[in-house]
Design a protein around this ligand. Structure first.
Ligand SMILES: Nc1ncnc2c1ncn2[C@@H]1O[C@H](COP(=O)(O)OP(=O)(O)OP(=O)(O)O)[C@@H](O)[C@H]1O
Ligand SMILES: [Mg+2]
Length: 349
């Protein structure tokens, strides 16, 4: 009996042998009792091991649930912030849009008028010098007064500067229009989501062509585009995200590489049901103390007039809220930054 139990244990060490039925109390019987307590001990250890395993599994589940919960909480906070700012932006955009409309219209008309003034003034300016040469004393004194005044107010400079002022003002208006458009995109005013088949690699190509003039003087672009399926997405919006990130990368390398060209690497691949797009630069990097704020609308480290701080806020809204994707960022100061965009392979209909 003991021999066969040991044999089966030897053949199949993973299966715990049955306990022996003991009838005798002789030496063999005592050996059997020892064997049974040995089995009891092993059973205890196996039960304990199984419990430990279960406990570890539960711990791991709890750990990953905690990580997910923290991520979701972060996303919810971000979404709430975006929603609030979105409403505000919609209101501001609407308010700015009306006066902006008539200011730009008036500026256009004024520019045309000023050209006409300019033409006619040139004729009068030539005329007053000629008239000053005549013998008519009355005309002479009026023209003399005009010439004196013209010199006093430096009329020539005023004429030149008026043109510059108009040019600057027009640029200012263009900039305000751009901000209002961004605010509208952000707040989804006048926006119908147009989802259709979209090839991300193609989107990257066209966006880089559009932005090439901004990129080429400061950075070289390296493509690392993998074989990826088509998405069901709003291509225009995704291109807008790519553009915002590329321009940010250009600004970052501009600030880091004074003499040499920077490097922007764009990579695409598929991973865990997501199409992943990485935009990496070797620019100045993002300091750890501000990295949590970069997706906040209106957060910018750029000088006044150069950044609205809406680029990444819009990107977050488009990728996370409208396309159910994710955006991550990794950065090291002085070394560079990598933005990782993930979009679900099937897309959202
Ligand atoms: N690739 C990057 N490298 C370093 N810093 C970055 C990068 N991308 C974004 N940032 C930081 O995040 C901030 C916010 O970026 P975001 O695109 O939202 O606004 P912005 O570029 O400042 O202005 P806008 O895009 O509206 O013109 C930037 O001001 C910059 O400090
Ligand atoms: Mg930007």
């Amino acid at each position: 009996m003991i021999t066969s139990t040991f044999k089966s244990l030897q053949e199949n060490p993973n299966i715990l042998p049955k306990k022996l039925e003991l009838k005798n109390t002789d030496e063999i019987g005592q050996l059997g009792t020892l064997f049974n307590s040995f089995i009891d001990a092993i059973e205890d250890i196996s039960v304990q091991k199984a419990l430990e395993r279960k406990l570890n599994e539960r711990n791991e589940e709890l750990q990953s649930a905690l990580v997910q919960l923290t991520q979701t909480q972060g996303q919810l906070v971000q979404q709430e912030k975006l929603a609030g700012i979105g409403q505000l932006a919609a209101g501001v955009a609407h308010e700015i849009n009306n006066p902006l409309g008539f200011i730009s219209c008036n500026m256009e008309t004024l520019s045309e008028y000023i050209d006409k003034y300019y033409d006619i003034m040139k004729i009068y300016l030539a005329l007053d010098t000629t008239l000053y040469e005549t013998d008519d004393n009355v005309s002479k004194s009026i023209i003399g007064e005009a010439i004196r005044k013209r010199k006093e107010i430096d009329f020539h400079y005023i004429m030149e500067d008026t043109k510059d002022i108009f040019k600057d003002t027009n640029e200012g208006i263009q900039r305000i229009s751009k901000i209002v458009t961004s605010m509208k995109i952000f707040s989804r005013v006048n926006q119908s989501d147009e989802h259709s088949e979209y090839d991300l690699n193609e989107g990257i190509d066209t966006t880089i062509i559009v932005a090439n003039n901004e990129i080429k003087y400061f950075a070289e672009v390296k493509y690392n585009l993998g074989k990826i399926p088509k998405l069901y997405a709003d291509g225009g919006q995704i291109n807008q995200v790519l553009l915002n990130m590329l321009i940010n990368a250009v600004h970052a390398v501009k600030d880091n590489h004074i003499s040499e060209l920077g490097l922007i690497t764009v990579t695409t691949y598929v991973e865990d049901g997501y199409i992943v797009c990485e935009i990496e630069d070797n620019g100045k990097g993002i300091p750890p103390e501000v990295i949590d704020k970069i997706f906040d609308p209106f957060f910018t480290t750029k000088p006044i007039g150069q950044g609205t701080g809406l680029g990444l806020g819009i990107a977050y809204d488009i990728i996370v809220n409208k396309h159910k994707g994710m955006i991550d960022v990794e950065s090291a100061v002085g070394i560079g930054t990598k933005f990782i965009i993930k979009l679900p392979v099937t897309g959202e209909k």
